[in-house]
Design a protein around this ligand. Structure first.
Ligand code: AMP
Ligand code: ZN
Length: 491
């Protein structure tokens, strides 16, 4: 498997530190507002990296932080006359909610900066003890960039180049314009923690390194973020790790290209953004995923609503092929053997699986992976239109399953059962139950539960599941309790 490593500027064969295991980390958001779809692109790309590594048999441990103390949060809180903590908690919740809607899997570990202060202070003290950092009288602590002979290794910049343009702000007491803050002395009204250098809060570049060391151990296999984080954020992260623990922070550095609008980077400061929430309020999450994954993760991606509409159509093609194949499987003649059409389709399945893996093995080429999926859609549609009654259950089902499985590696969920698959009288019963206002329509609930139980008794598990899922699609859950099954509205 090849992965492009920002540090070496080439694709390298991926070799995890520990056989079969991958430890990865992706810098999380600063929680001061809803994230925009540019941020979402970066998180999506790493969600797919993680899903694909898992698909390839690795056991992946994935950590992502929440930056919940920062100038942006403090400014937002001051503007709104609220506590910084209230603001950061609101947007941390909002972030997690939108990630779920976007189909992004939760990290295994989600540390928050404000809960990791001790680990950060310990690292800062280590850097001071080793003369890589110094405290100034006001209580700031700075990292001494020139004390690190490797500084610039990740971004390929050298210290002298960086000197031009660097300057010391009036309120700063650092010794060298290149130095960056590890600890910031508190200002009135800001959140702060006691420290050996005075009350203050951690600098942004310090957070991730301390958390990575604490939760994953250094070095890790993969560290990721958007390309705008390569310098200075990731350069500063690896410098601290190198100086404190004498090991690089990560073996492979992966960076995603920027999402742009009319060729310009989407950013809060330019005002040219759409929040993930507003887009997901109007469009299917999987269409946005599909649109984003049609471009390689390292390339820039120009977003437009026309392209998103196009992706909705593409998603529909994929979904209806799966549905039609399942239908063909259900209605295949019972005693039919394998026809030439079946054999051709089975061959197309194998080719699509092999091509998908080959593309994804080449630095997560999701566009190539999607092309493999759509190659199978074309073969599936040909089969459906040409095979007539010459179909077999096994061939059609295998093709449908392959489409579902490969799409799932990209986080596109085609497995959900269609609530319309529920017989209409059951839908009517469920609606009577959801719409009730006042007396519990006991009969409706009982009828639903009984229909499911009869299916189970008859060992018609698919039907029983379809009833449960169909009902869930209408906002109801069947709970199996000791006293029997019960129906209730979802919270
Ligand atoms: P921030 O909260 O600004 O640190 O951003 C969170 C993540 O989103 C970081 O990994 C950034 O590199 C990434 N990011 C920010 N803007 C964009 C963009 N326009 N396109 C892709 N990724 C972005
Ligand atoms: Zn970071």
């Amino acid at each position: 498997m090849l992965i492009y490593n920002t540090q070496t500027r080439r694709k390298e064969e991926f070799r995890p530190i520990e056989k079969g295991k991958v430890r990865m980390y992706v810098c999380g958001p600063t929680v001061y507002d809803e994230i925009h779809i540019g941020n979402a692109r970066t998180f999506l790309c790493f969600d797919v990296v993680r899903r694909y590594l898992t698909y390839r048999g690795y056991s992946v441990t994935f950590a992502q932080n929440l930056t919940d103390v920062d100038d942006k949060i403090i400014n937002r809180a001051n503007e709104q006359g609220r506590a910084a903590r209230e603001v950061s908690e609101q947007y941390a919740d909002a972030f997690i909610k939108q990630m779920h809607r976007f189909g992004i899997l939760d990290p295994d570990i989600r540390p928050r900066a404000t809960r990791e202060i001790a680990a950060m202070q310990e690292m800062i003290q280590g850097l001071i003890d080793q003369k890589h950092a110094y405290a100034v009288p006001f209580g700031d602590v700075y990292f001494s960039v020139r004390s690190d002979p490797h500084y610039g290794i990740l971004s390929g910049r050298n210290v002298d180049e960086l000197m031009s343009g660097a300057r010391i702000e009036k309120n700063e007491q650092k010794k060298d314009p290149l130095d960056f803050a590890l600890w910031k002395a508190t200002k009135p009204g800001e959140p702060s923690w006691p420290s050996p250098w005075g009350d203050g809060r951690p600098g942004w570049h310090t957070e991730c390194v301390a958390m990575i060391h604490r939760y994953l151990g250094v070095p890790i296999d993969i560290h990721g973020g958007g390309q705008d984080l390569i310098f200075p954020h990731h350069e500063n992260e690896t410098a601290q790790c190198m100086c404190n623990w004498h090991t690089p922070l990560a073996n492979v550095w992966m960076h995603t290209g920027m999402l742009t609008i009319d060729g310009e980077k989407m950013s809060k400061s330019l005002g040219n953004f759409y929040t993930l929430k507003e887009v997901l309020d109007k469009y299917p999450a999987d269409a946005l995923r599909l649109l984003m994954l049609q471009t390689h993760y390292r390339s820039p991606l120009d977003f437009s609503f026309e392209r998103l509409s196009g992706a909705i159509g593409t998603l529909e093609r994929l979904k209806s092929c799966v549905k039609n194949l399942k239908w063909a499987a259900k209605n295949a003649p019972q005693d039919g053997g394998l026809s030439d059409h079946d054999r051709a389709l089975t061959k197309a399945v194998k080719e699509a699986q092999a091509s998908f893996t080959a593309q994804m093995d080449d630095d997560f080429n999701t566009a190539g992976g999607l092309a493999a999926i759509f190659g199978l859609v074309t073969a599936g549609n040909t089969y459906l239109s040409e095979a007539g009654s010459d179909t077999s259950t096994a061939a059609a089902l295998r093709a449908a399953d392959a489409l579902v499985e490969l799409s799932c590696v990209l986080g596109i969920d085609l497995s959900s059962k269609d609530p319309e698959g529920l017989p209409s009288e059951l839908i009517d019963l469920a609606k009577r139950y959801t719409d009730f206002d006042g007396d519990d329509p006991v009969e409706a609930a009982q009828a639903l539960i009984e229909t499911r139980q009869n299916a189970r008794k008859a060992k018609q598990w698919d039907t029983a599941d379809a009833i449960r899922d169909g009902i869930a699609g209408l906002g109801l859950v069947i709970e199996d309790t000791q006293a029997g099954a019960r129906l209730r509205k979802k919270a």
